[in-house]
Design a protein around this ligand. Structure first.
Ligand SMILES: Nc1ncnc2c1ncn2[C@@H]1O[C@H](COP(=O)(O)OP(=O)(O)O)[C@@H](O)[C@H]1O
Ligand SMILES: [Mg+2]
Length: 388
């Protein structure tokens, strides 16, 4: 029979992404029953019945419990903490100083921009989408999580700069054109290779979410590295409410690769928000269009995944030139065909996303004042990003 203690130890690795602490430590594991045939029943108590991170708990509890010897099957059930228990949780969070940083408490939407492979224009789309959402009057942040191939600082003309640190030991994002920008690129020598992996990578990404003062944002766009590796998995774990926006080209082979990214997203329970097709033909300055990479890949992928195709962005020279010049094209020439397409993507996204901060969506029936996620205190914790 599997040991209940071992299962509890394993479940300590399941983190509540909002409260940023282990569900065991938070007292959210109501019961663990192990049976002789290796079947384990776990009851997890949520702070609110409609908890949107339920799926995350479901998956993580099964995964962690299964690492224990003898466990063959895990049943997860949910109940809700009583008011007294919630108060206890709140006190515990306050007393231990383990309050959530609240860094994302005022962020309404997190959108991870991903692709199966590099070079499809993920960063270009991210930077221009940020500019387009800003132009629509939204508050926008960009987190460059492409730790190996960061290009966001340069696209915003912020190369070689270093973000300041506030009195409360929070890292302040740099700003360009009204967009708050944070990148690993700010912390390493330009053009040097970043060799972080595993735990260090996890730590750095966690800090980008916890120790960065993002403030109030309608959208936090996360530029993911290509593929389905560590970074995407870690972020999915830290940001279970995030939507996944997939960038692909019209080419059938690219679409196949993008589908893998979609499968990864589904596996880690990230919701796929939609598709952007980039490099959909080359638009000449006179308006002629050449289908350099073929046609239809974005629509096909969208149909297959049953999600919207937010737009088809043509190749235009100014888009590339502006990326190199450090100001997104949408900000300098909103009428360029590529800029127009990205602005329409922005409007599509606005149309389907809520504008309330995630923290408030979490427990709409509770007054905000009692939500630990809202009343955050800065953590008296050191930073270990490589800040020279
Ligand atoms: N629609 C486009 N029109 C012109 N150039 C583009 C377009 N999309 C991307 N590019 C260029 O293609 C290259 C790769 O784009 P990038 O955004 O860095 O891709 P990724 O982030 O997916 O690796 C860059 O040089 C970029 O300027
Ligand atoms: Mg990139």
């Amino acid at each position: 029979m599997p040991s209940v203690d071992d299962i509890r130890t394993a479940l300590a690795r399941v983190i509540d992404p909002e409260l940023r602490a282990s569900i065991v430590e938070l007292g959210m594991v109501r019961s663990i029953d192990a049976h002789e045939n290796g079947v384990v029943d776990v009851t997890v108590s949520l702070t609110t019945p409609g908890c949107p991170i339920r799926n995350h708990f479901q998956t993580s509890v099964v995964k962690e419990a299964k690492t224990v010897e003898g466990v063959t099957h895990v049943n997860v059930t949910f109940d809700v903490l009583s008011d007294t228990e919630k108060q206890g949780l709140q006190q515990k969070l306050g007393r231990s100083g383990g309050l959530p940083s609240g860094a994302l408490a005022q962020v309404a939407n997190v959108i991870c921009v991903g692709s199966g492979k590099g070079g499809v224009g993920k960063s270009s789309v991210t930077a221009n989408l940020a500019a387009a959402l800003t132009a629509e009057g939204k508050k926008v942040g960009v987190l460059d999580a492409d730790v190996w191939g960061y290009s966001i600082p340069r696209m915003f003309g912020l190369g070689g700069q270093r973000p300041p640190v506030s009195a409360t030991r929070k890292i302040l994002p740099l700003e360009a054109g009204g967009v708050k920008v944070m990148s690993i690129g700010f912390f390493v020598e330009e053009d040097s290779a970043v060799v972080w992996r595993g735990p260090m990578l996890h730590k750095a990404l966690t800090q980008f979410l916890e120790d960065v003062d993002w403030g109030e944002l309608d959208y936090l766009l996360v530029d993911l590295p290509p593929g389905t590796g560590d970074v995407s998995m870690t972020l999915a774990q830290l940001l279970p409410q995030a939507q996944f926006l997939i960038v692909t080209t019209p080419q059938a082979t690219a679409q196949k690769v993008a589908r893998r990214a979609a499968e990864m997203a589904t596996k880690v329970n990230l919701e796929i928000g939609g598709i952007v097709e980039n490099m959909s033909g080359f638009a000449t300055p006179t308006g002629e269009r050449y289908a350099i990479f073929g046609e239809g890949g974005g629509q096909e992928l969208a149909d297959e995944l049953d999600v919207p195709l937010f737009g088809k962005v043509p190749l235009t020279m100014p888009l590339r030139e502006q990326a190199d010049a450090g100001v997104p094209l949408v900000a300098t020439d909103p009428d360029d065909p590529a800029a127009q397409a990205i602005r329409s993507v922005a409007r599509g996204i606005i149309a389907i996303t809520p504008t309330q901060p995630i923290a408030l969506q979490m427990a709409p029936e509770e007054p905000a004042a009692t939500l630990p996620i809202v009343e955050s205190k800065p953590k008296p914790k050191g930073m270990s990003l490589p800040m020279a």
